[in-house]
Design a protein around this ligand. Sequence first.
Ligand SMILES: N=C(N)NCCCC[C@H](N)C(=O)O
Ligand SMILES: O=C(O)CCC(=O)C(=O)O
Ligand SMILES: [Fe+2]
Length: 330
Amino acid sequence: MATDFKSIPVIDISPLLAKFDDPNMAEDLGVCEVVKKLGQACREAGFFYVKGHSIPDSLIREVRNITHQFFYLPCEEKLKIKMSAATAYRGYQEVGENITKGVPDRHEAIDCYRELKHGMYGDLGKPMEGSNLWPANPPNFKLLMEEYIDMCADLSRKIMQGIALALGGSSNEFEGDIAGDPFWVMRLIGYPEISNADGHDKAENDIGCGAHTDYGLLTLVNQDDDITALQVRNHSGEWIWAPPIPGTFVCNIGDMLKILSNGLYESTLHRVVNNSPKYRVCIAYFYEPNFDAAIEPLDICIKRTGGSKKLERAVYGEHLVGKVTTNFKY
Ligand SMILES: N=C(N)NCCCC[C@H](N)C(=O)O
Ligand SMILES: O=C(O)CCC(=O)C(=O)O
Ligand SMILES: [Fe+2]
């Protein structure tokens, strides 16, 4: 449950990463310290920054640079990888095509998803069956992004071990049926700068992405380091800025982790407002449960939250498909 936090904590997770494959990690003092901070951040804000994450800064910057380069291309070039239901919602969407709570967002994006083998999840997986669409130029675009995705998956899994311990479980609580074979989503997002050129700036939609929660377990946000645009809503309804802190990812809890924790952790509302004179990019990596996972509150969390189930079971793939098939204007 969110409190009226005024800022978002920064957590150095290097002690956790150092012990991820140690069966006695829970007894390590450094790990305990990180776990305590993770637990507090997840309970109070549902948001935290991580530093000491060991993904090279050069790679983090390069994925942002290459994303800037793509959005700078002429429209007809970008439309070569246009997203639609026929491409399994993979590919490029123009500014205004993504809808949040009925309002078009002022962002453009390339959406990518873990590729599903044909028939792998029966009818449930059908709408998402397809291959990602990558820009042809620069030629290393796909490889670079795939390298980044692998590193984000690895890092997310380790942070989830820390969160599992924070919930009072074992470090592998989320392995197996919950997220042993995790699905993932990645969005390369571009938020146009505010333009006053035509006199009626602040047009209908100056919101880059309307207030929403993320769908899965854990999100890793890699944002431009010179623009503050992400806002997180606290319990009193105030919007708290999440400014870029170089060398960190902004992390937040998704809807599935809220259910697993029986509401002990909130999937906190957030939105994006780019009021700056500069074009902003963000690479959002979403670490999700197994596509077909039936997610319900963990027993350890039910015990910790008064003994009764407060949240309904949900099948992750259904939740995702429900969102994806209603997020776009077509
Ligand atoms: N895969 C994730 N989490 N994407 C977040 C996008 C949020 C905006 C979307 N239109 C919505 O209303 O959810
Ligand atoms: O642009 C950002 O900083 C966050 C984007 C976001 O919240 C999302 O794509 O779910
Ligand atoms: Fe989000």
